[in-house]
Design a protein around this ligand. Structure first.
Ligand SMILES: [Zn+2]
Length: 240
C-alpha cells in the first residue's frame, strides 16, 4: 500500500489534535494553519512505507549484520543525503539510553533518515521524550517505537543504589525508581532484572501518559516493542 507520508501525517495530526482537546475553537483556523506550516519535514511521498512488523524486522536484520560484523552502512551517501533533504520518513522510532555505547543507527546498521531517535539516560519516558515520539508517529507516520534498554546501564545502577546524586541527576533516578518497586531484592541477578523492569515500566509510561500514542496503539496503527541491548555482544533482543 502506498501512502503519502506528509498528507496522511498531517491529517492524522489534526485529527489527533482534535481528540486531545487542542482543536479549533473560535478563530482556531489560524492555529491549524500555524501547525501545518511548522511541519516542514513531512511533505512528499513516502516511497517505502512499512508496517510495524516489517519495521521491526528491518531493525533486527540490521542488528544481525552489526553483530556479524557485516554492516552495509545504508543510506549514508551524499546522494541519499540530498534526496531526503526535503522530507523524512523514519521507519522506526527508538527511545534509548544516552549511553555512548548504544548509538541506535550503528547497532541497527541504519542511515540518514531511517530512525527517529530519542536518547536520554535510562531510556526514561519523560514528557519531552513522549512529545518527540508523538511527533514521530502522528506527523511523520513512523509505525514502530522500540524502547531500548541495555545491560550495564549506569542510570539504572544509580537508581538501584538509591543514593542521592548532585545537581539534576536525581531527576532520572526518580523516574526509574518506581520501576524497581516490585522486584525481589534477593534476586541474584537483581541488576539485570532492574534493567528489564525499567524497559517495561518506561514502555508502559508511554501509553499511560500519552493519549495520542494510546489511540494509535488501539487502532493498531503503531506498535511499541521492548528490547534490550547487550553491551558485550552487540546483540539486541526483544523482551515481553
Ligand atoms: Zn544506560
Amino acid at each position: 500500500m502506498s501512502r503519502i507520508n506528509g498528507f496522511i501525517g498531517r491529517r492524522h495530526f489534526l485529527r489527533l489534535a482534535g481528540a486531545s482537546g487542542l482543536a479549533v475553537a473560535a478563530g482556531g483556523g489560524s492555529l491549524i494553519a500555524a501547525k501545518e506550516n511548522v511541519i516542514a519535514d513531512a511533505e512528499s511521498i513516502n516511497l517505502n512505507p512499512v508496517n510495524p512488523q516489517q519495521a521491526l524486522q528491518l531493525l533486527l536484520d540490521g542488528n544481525q549484520r552489526f553483530v556479524n560484523k557485516k554492516p552495509i552502512y545504508p543510506h549514508q551517501s551524499q546522494q541519499w543525503l540530498q534526496s531526503i533533504a526535503k522530507a523524512q520518513y523514519p521507519f522506526a522510532a527508538i527511545l534509548g539510553c544516552a549511553d555512548s555505547r548504544v548509538p541506535a543507527e550503528i547497532i541497527f546498521d541504519q542511515g540518514l533518515g531511517d530512525l527517529f531517535v530519542v536518547r536520554v539516560a535510562g531510556n526514561v519516558a519523560s514528557d519531552m521524550a513522549i512529545a518527540s515520539l508523538e511527533y514521530a508517529t502522528s506527523v511523520l507516520d513512523t509505525r514502530l517505537i522500540v524502547v531500548l534498554g541495555h545491560e550495564k546501564c549506569g542510570a539504572v545502577a544509580a537508581s538501584v543504589k538509591n543514593e542521592a546524586l548532585p545537581g539534576k541527576m536525581n531527576h532520572f533516578v526518580e523516574k526509574i525508581k518506581p520501576a524497581l518497586a516490585k522486584l525481589d531484592q534477593t534476586n541474584n541477578n537483581f541488576y539485570h532484572a532492574a534493567i528489564i523492569a525499567n524497559i517495561q515500566y518506561q514502555a508502559e509510561k508511554l501509553q499511560q501518559n500519552s493519549k495520542i500514542l494510546k489511540q494509535l496503539i488501539n487502532k493498531s496503527q503503531i506498535k511499541i516493542v521492548k528490547a534490550i541491548y547487550d553491551i558485550d555482544t552487540g546483540k539486541v533482543a526483544t523482551i515481553s
